[in-house]
Write a protein that binds this ligand. Sequence first.
Ligand SMILES: Nc1ncnc2c1ncn2[C@@H]1O[C@H](COP(=O)(O)OP(=O)(O)O)[C@@H](O)[C@H]1O
Ligand SMILES: [Mg+2]
Length: 162
Amino acid sequence: MTALSLTLDIAADWSKIDPTREAVGLLVLALFGDDDLRDALAMVSEELLENAIKYSLPASSVALAIEHRGDGVDIAVTNAVDEGAVHLADLRARIAWVRSFATPSEAYAAALARVYAQAGDGRSGLGIARIAYEGRCGLECDESVPGRVTVTARCPRAAFGD
Ligand SMILES: Nc1ncnc2c1ncn2[C@@H]1O[C@H](COP(=O)(O)OP(=O)(O)O)[C@@H](O)[C@H]1O
Ligand SMILES: [Mg+2]
């Protein structure tokens, strides 16, 4: 039985994204020896971290936790949020929207179509859909701690064969 449970607390800074994405990829490769799973979870870490840094309060830190749960791997990223801003509601709505499609691939196609139809405001709305489709992950967001949000991407190992 392989085990992995690790939490990193890092500054909410763009320069942290690349090394953290690579570190997650290497941990996953060491544990499972699966290149597709490594690429998927590295990408998921990057998307979650990018959001955590982009939508968190300035000068805060973010936490990335990775855990092997027997039937899958969870990647959970926590950041400080301004509860008065639009982002928490948008995040919740985005996760529900992706879930409302029969398959993640339909959700991703619809998200792409929206990008082309809309004028950009720097928020493409693709990240969450990409995690669900390319990363084959289920998504949850936890707002139980005031002023903080945790987004968890749960990747079932079965999604990537052996
Ligand atoms: N960690 C987070 N904290 C606060 N709001 C978030 C977070 N992640 C996502 N959001 C909100 O959800 C929206 C959708 O995120 P995403 O699908 O990654 O698209 P994008 O980042 O391109 O807008 C964001 O625009 C933002 O409003
Ligand atoms: Mg994003």
